[in-house]
Each structure stands twice: as C-alpha cells, then as structure tokens.
Design a protein around this ligand. Sequence first.
Ligand code: ARG
Length: 477
Amino acid sequence: MVTGRDTPEELQWGGRFASAPDPALLAYGSSLGDDLFIARYDVACSRAHVAGLLDGGIVAPEDALALDAALEQVGAEIADGTFGAWAIAREFEDVHGAIDARVREIAGPAGDRLHSGRSRNDQVATTMLLFAREFALDGARGCLDIAALCAARAAEELERGTLVAATTHWQPAQPILLALWIDAVARGFVRAAERFARVASDAARFSPLGSGALAGSTLPLGRAKAAGLLRFDAPSPNSLDAVGDRDVLLDFVNACMRAVLTASRPSEELVLWASPAFGYVQLDDAASTGSSLMPQKRNPDPFELIRGKAGALIGAYAGAAATVKGLALSYHRDLQETKAIVIHAAHDAIASLDAFHRAFGHVRFVHETMNGRAGRGYTVATDLADALIAGGTTARDAHRAVGERVALAEAAGRDLDASDLAHLGIPGAPLDAQASVRAKRTAGSTHPDEVRAAITATRDAIAALVQTLPAFGKEPS
Ligand code: ARG
C-alpha cells in the first residue's frame, strides 16, 4: 500500500493503491509550478473551509484553531517565498495537495482533518474564482488608469487644437482633432474595464466550496458560512455544475484577451506614427530600443510587443475554450490545463496594460507635422461635397463634381484652392483642416465643443467605474 511516507510524499489518495505512481507520469501531471501563483487563494479557500467545518460541528474548536493557525503560517510562508521552495523540493500534483501536506506538517494530527468533506474539485473551482475575481479587478484598474491618462492627454491636445489627418484604409480621409482620436482610445479602455468588472462580479456570485467531488457531502458543511467569508453572494445551487463549470474563467481569459486587443489597435497606429515616414510622434528614450547593428535605429518595441501579446492571448482563449469543448459534466483532469492558461493570461494582460500606460506616457506628439499634414491628401473634399448637398445638389452629383476637381488638382500637383470653390459655386466652404473641423455640426463629431463633451463623458464614466469597482469584487468600498 502507498503510504504518506512513500515517494512522492504526501499523496492524498494512496489507500487503495499497491505502488507509487511512475515519477515521470507524476511530473507530467503536476501543475505545481504554475499553481504557486494561486497558493494564497487556496489558503483563503481552505480557511473558509475550516470555518465551514467548525460551523457544521465536524471538527472540534481546538482542531479548527490549530488548522487555522497552520494555514495562517502557510500564508506567511507563501508571502515570504519559503513555501514555494518547500513545495518545489518535494513532488506534488498540485498546490492544493502541497498546502494540505504542509498543514499536516505544521498542525500535527489536527492537520489530517483539513480535507474533511472536501474534494480538490470544489477546492480548485473555488480557488480559481478567487484568483479571477482579484485579477479581474486589477485588469479593470489597469484599463481605467490608461483611460484616465488618455482623457488627460486628450484634454491637453484639445486646448492646443492639434489636428491630424484621420485615415481609413490608411489613406488620408478627413481632418480631425487629435483629441478625438485620443478620446476614442480612452473609450476602448473604459469598455475593457467594464468587461473586467462584469467578470469580477460573476466570479463573486456562487461559491463551489462544499460541492465535494460532484454530489455534495453527507457531512453538514457550513457552506453559507464559508461562502460568506469568501465574499460570495451564495453557495452554488448545483454541486455537479459547480465543480466542472469554467464559464467565468473563460470570460476572464476573454476579458484579458479583449483588453490587450484594445491596446493593440492604437499600438499599431503609434508604431506607424513613430516611423520617420510619418513623423507624427516621437517616443522618449525610456520607451525606445536601438538596434545592435544599425546605429541610427530607434524602435517602438513596447507597442510592437503589445500587438504580439494580443495574438498570444487570442491563442490562450482559443486554448481554454478548446479544453472545455465537448467535456462531459463534472470534473475531468483536462480542466487542470485551464489553470495555467488563466494564470498566464492574467499576468500577460496586466503586464501589457501597464506597458501601454507607461509607453503612452512617453509618446510626444509632433504638433507641427500633424497640423501641417491634416489638410493634405484632399481631406476636405467631403466638406465641399457636403456644401453642395446643403445647397440642394444630390449626393451623387456633388460627389462627382468634387471628385473631378480633386482629379484636376492632383494632375496639376496642387491642393484644392479658391479656384475650385469658385468653380463649384461654394465660396464659403472650408478649405483648410481647421475650418473643416469647426464646420462639423453633428453630435459626437470632431467639432471642438463635441470633443470637449466626449472627454467629459469619458471622465464621468471612468469616475463612476472607479467608485463602483470595489462592489463588483464584493469589497467594502
Ligand atoms: N490537480 C487537479 C487540478 O489542479 C486537482 C483536481 C483533481 N481531482 C481529481 N478528481 N483528480 O485541477
């Protein structure tokens, strides 16, 4: 029979086995390296379980005290790094077994009572929800920090009146205020923060703890007590669903992926804007890297890496979804693979958001170049067509008439000018980028008053979310 003294030490299930597992297979099946990131959430989960055991009269008060003190010590050892070293030096399938073993070492006989009525199935599910809840809140804060920085920079550029030729298909389209672009970036991050907040809230709904392996327990576990201590709304209502459900974790990985996807789009633009061909922005030395060969190079690596990480995170989400696809209800060992995906997605997303925040703070807009090019490439042509339409011309005729003037100007190698306006019969129409922006009339447009209102609304949305965020994670504000 395999006992606690056989290698690997501290198997939680040796009773019915005659020999120890093949060490290579045990190593293959171990998630310990990644799991150390979730160790402290397991301790929180385990302490709540002890409270549930005491609540149900399943362990004596002195045993509950001993277990709780041991778990508190493990928590301290996790924080100072000694637990990680202790666990890695031994062989464990996962951090849950390692913590159980360390508790038994510290608490003595009382330690053998920790796992009463508990399966690693409800334990893992609960631990991962605690992890997702906290990192979803971190992700939301990271997004809101970026949004706030963007709002501040948008307000600055609005005051300066900086213009830029906005593009579609990367072709000059229409002049806009740079502030409209920066506010658009901010809005993407507000939405990303909202997605994270919803995930945090969902992760705090139902506590799987006390669902056992899949069918619940014959022991009168204090499920409500444990759920309350972990700040869940309620114990999960279906034990079979609770242990195998990974929906919130998929949503969390999706929110991570979507946030970095959001960051990848302005990153793409900033990479191009930083190239001498555009010359719209300069990146401080602090956010640039050089070439080991070409002495003149100055590369916007952080923004390129963010684009790259977005791709990797799409892969992470696809991997998590594929792991769950077609998996029958309840627990299957495949689900162990979702833990590493969630942990790495969380770290990649938080790091990428921080990198975007830092790197964007190092972006210097080259105002003369942006302003100088905003009206180039016939970007006011649409305004001229609009002026004709306002005078009663049909859209098709207006489009054709202005298109013909553009073709003529292009052939002559000049911009649209007063002669074009005279020919079209619209002398008052805007010819330069500044006038074009000021001529806009619709709500939400690039007119300075509308951009000012948009920035105010963005700031209001950020402030509202900052205020409600703790409640999403069920934290006292
Ligand atoms: N190592 C597993 C994990 O981390 C623990 C769950 C094991 N459950 C089981 N029935 N074998 O997901």
